[in-house]
Design a protein around this ligand. Structure first.
Ligand code: HEM
Length: 504
């Protein structure tokens, strides 16, 4: 998920090149009537969001300027939505008008010209591809078909931690590779020789995308694209990725041929198989380029979002031992007789589900959702939003709105136990997956990737911080990138639970 904001260093670079930019400012559009902070020449309000946590800065600005706030980010006229009422207007009342995405330079490269779901312009192509994804790739039955993959991969992690004999475990890196491993096996079947290379390559690309792209804010100044060389690096990484995924598709095609001619037996379909089958059936014209861009979606939108959430949930539980104890008691009560967690009983873990919801509320992994664009001028909250305005919905601010949440800065999962507020896109105070037509289609796919690892880690181990540190000492510093994740890795010491039955 991409939305980058500048560091102060970058702001200085902007000032240096402002001479060139001045030219473009002369062509700039009329000012918006929507309230917002004063802007500086050339950079507008870019300096005000130069922070490691722009969602927090934007919320603070919104408290002064209102729930629909205008910012001039370089050349880009932007509005920020910071209340559930305005979010409802944007993502429900005027949903179609706000279902467009800005055509950003860097995503253009790695999404094969916006042919994936996440960045495709709103219209027939997007609608069809999204339908293919929801009915074929991310449906409940498809997700269920990957159950054994998830159980096996999570069990491997538990065994590795067990074998470590109480040594500190870097849970951040472990959870990250677990999620990538599960997604890769679901996508590629786990038999491709290039699978690991693809994971390495996409991980590198993800790191690069956490940077800042000046050209997103000054699209008319073409030379900015080449200033810090990031685009060239993304292009190079993308070409490498492309070669790997091409090999993977070729291997899949060859195997399908062998199955058709009876040389090999059919096995469970992975996501590439499903996409190739749809291509063969030809109901919806799907070129190889489209298949590749959907795979980019599955990895790009589906991996880091989930691992970040698991990482934050564990961090919050370490910080709040009462919550950890409660969640652990529940999981051990439900799975105690089995001595191990499997997916069949996950639905009984009501408290763990509340912990996950509370983590989404207080630390949404994509706090500003994905950027949207207003297609035609329209009126929101009594103000005109001009066509082509970029729109950011601050899900982080909505989740902490004191009008909707008691004691909003406190991590308190119990608030979800008896309430009816859910993240399915109808409660606008709680939209970690977005809402409306562009809402995340991957919730069903994501859910067991959150619940199973958390339940297993809580069942098999007690956890504490190293060096006698207390929960309250754990830093919760974050970095803003594709997702907002921990700045410092979460390293914990495991103590195996006596009731755990692991077969090595
Ligand atoms: C914890 C897990 C996840 C979170 C927090 C998350 C969050 C989001 C958010 C905030 C958006 C933007 C919604 C908007 O613009 O209103 C989004 C879009 C999207 N997500 Fe997820 N997501 C998660 C998991 C997944 C998974 C597992 C997949 C697929 C395997 C996925 C695929 C997508 C796609 C394709 C879009 C673009 C939808 C469109 O533009 O039509 N996501 N997600």
């Amino acid at each position: 998920m991409e939305l980058q904001f500048p560091s102060l260093q970058v702001i200085f670079t902007i000032l240096l090149v402002s001479l060139f930019i001045f030219r473009s400012l002369r062509k700039s559009k009329p000012k918006s009537s929507i309230p917002g902070p004063r802007r500086l020449p050339v950079i507008g309000n870019l300096h005000q969001i130069a922070s490691p946590s722009p969602h927090k800065t934007l919320r603070d600005l919104a408290l002064k300027h209102g729930p629909l706030m205008h910012l001039q980010l370089g050349e880009i006229s932007t509005v920020v939505v910071s209340s559930p009422e305005v979010a409802r207007e944007v993502m429900k009342t005027h949903d179609i008008n706000f279902s467009y995405r800005p055509a950003l330079d860097v995503p253009k490269i790695y999404t094969y010209d916006f042919t994936n779901v996440a960045f495709a312009p709103y219209g027939n192509y997007w609608r069809h591809l999204r339908k293919v994804c929801t009915t074929e790739l991310l449906s409940a039955s498809r997700v269920q078909s990957f159950r054994s993959i998830r159980e096996e991969e999570v069990m491997n992690l538990v065994k590795t931690i067990h074998e470590g004999g109480g040594k500190p475990v870097n849970l951040s890196t472990r959870i990250f590779s677990l999620t990538y491993g599960v997604v890769a096996r679901a996508a590629f079947g786990g038999k491709c020789k290039d699978q690991e290379t693809y994971i390495d390559s996409i991980t590198e690309l993800t790191k690069l995308l956490a940077g800042f792209f000046l050209s997103d804010f000054f699209p008319s100044i073409k030379m900015l694209k080449y200033l810090n060389g990031v685009e060239a690096k993304v292009m190079k990484m993308h070409k490498e990725n492309d070669k790997i995924i091409e090999n993977i598709i070729r291997e899949h095609r060859e195997r399908r041929e062998r199955v058709k001619t009876g040389v090999e037996q059919a096995e469970q379909e992975d996501l590439v198989d499903v996409l190739l089958r749809i291509q063969e059936e030809n109901d919806f014209p799907l070129g190889d380029k489209n298949i590749k861009s959907v795979i980019v979606d599955v990895f790009g939108a589906g991996s880091e979002t989930s691992s970040t959430t698991v990482e934050w949930a564990l961090s919050e539980m370490i910080k709040h031992p009462r919550v950890m104890k409660e969640a652990q008691a529940e999981v051990r009560r439900v799975f105690g007789p089995k001595g191990n967690v499997d997916e069949s009983g996950l639905s009984e873990l009501k408290y763990l589900k509340a912990v996950i919801r509370e983590t989404f509320r207080i630390r949404p992994s994509v706090p500003l959702l994905l950027p949207r664009e207003c297609n035609q001028a329209c009126e929101i909250n009594g103000n005109e939003v001009q066509a082509k305005t970029r729109v950011l919905v601050n899900a982080w601010a909505l989740g902490r709105d004191p009008k909707y949440w008691n004691d909003p800065d406190t991590f308190y999962p119990e608030r979800f136990l008896n309430g009816s507020v859910d993240y399915m896109g109808t409660n606008y105070e709680f939209v970690p997956f977005g809402a409306g037509r562009r809402m995340c289609p991957g919730i069903t796919f994501a859910t067991p990737n959150l619940e199973l690892p958390l339940a297993q880690l809580l069942f098999h181990f007690d956890w504490k911080l190293p060096n006698g540190m207390k929960g309250e000492d754990l830093d919760m510093d974050e970095v803003f990138g594709m997702t907002v994740k921990r700045k410092n890795d979460l390293v914990l010491i495991p103590t195996p639970y006596h009731g755990s039955k692991i077969v090595h």
